[in-house]
Design a protein around this ligand. Sequence first.
Ligand SMILES: Nc1ncnc2c1ncn2[C@@H]1O[C@H](COP(=O)(O)OP(=O)(O)OP(=O)(O)O)[C@@H](O)[C@H]1O
Ligand SMILES: [Mg+2]
Length: 140
Amino acid sequence: MNSYPDIGKGDDDFTLKLDLNIPEKTLIHVDKIALAHVIHNLMKNAYEAMIVNDVDKENILTATASVKGKTLTFTLTDTGCGIPERMLKKIMMPFVTTKTTGTGVGLYFCKQILDRMDIDLSLTSKENIGTSVTLKIPAR
Ligand SMILES: Nc1ncnc2c1ncn2[C@@H]1O[C@H](COP(=O)(O)OP(=O)(O)OP(=O)(O)O)[C@@H](O)[C@H]1O
Ligand SMILES: [Mg+2]
């Protein structure tokens, strides 16, 4: 099973859309380096999912952030290849990968790091449409 046929077949350009609405007074208690590492991994997954798109499909990565009550919600949505439903339950497990060059530990480590900071990660995906990952970060 490989959802990543022939890297390089598609177009590796993508559009980044940012809609970040975080009031200046918002405080979050996180390990900055660890959180940056998680976001880097999620963006890498999104990028890798989009570069296999056919050239006629637009590659758009959208990052949104907003604060409601005591939660900062950060969402990354890509228009990549998406994840087949049967794969969805497995992708947080270590060494589960559909990529020829992947190790399958990215999401597993993201989840471990986020759990330590009480940050909830949820993921929704539709095959051939794209994937959305949401982080719920405790804020005050
Ligand atoms: N944004 C995404 N779009 C499509 N598939 C995804 C996305 N994020 C994760 N996946 C799927 O989940 C699998 C596991 O992701 P994970 O980040 O854990 O490992 P990997 O990317 O394969 O390898 P690694 O991150 O260790 O280099 C991927 O192989 C891919 O099939
Ligand atoms: Mg990865």
